[in-house]
Design a protein around this ligand. Sequence first.
Ligand SMILES: [Zn+2]
Length: 153
Amino acid sequence: MSEQLTTGVLDDGADARRRYVTAAVKVRLHQRLFRERVLSAYQEQCALCRLRHASLLDAAHIIPDSSSDGEPMVRNGVALCKIHHAAFDQNILGIRPDHVVQIRRDILDEVDGPMLRFGLQQMHGQKIIVPKRTEFKPDETALERRYQAFLEA
Ligand SMILES: [Zn+2]
């Protein structure tokens, strides 16, 4: 009787673990597909600075990806190098719905070395490079929503 009970408990634990592992694998697969599709749509190039080193590139989400279900949407992504991805996530830079890059005011006023000057300040007012194919271009509504969040940050 008590052995039966113990076995039952162990099985529940194994099931929970299996579900957890399956979910984790799905998330990783989804993220990998998203990265591959976005980088390929942007021809393995940062949309801002044109850096072409895949190992330094990320597929940034325009609207943070809360659910891992469904198809990875290229239109909710932009290929960005590590520094521009981090700056985008931190609202140091925003992308207007017309694709023009805006750098946060206090960052523009700062005086510092070449990364700040060339990597960020000189990006202000430039247009990002977007894929030619309409179905890969960043979603305008998503950009609009994200840009509002940038302005409010
Ligand atoms: Zn870049």
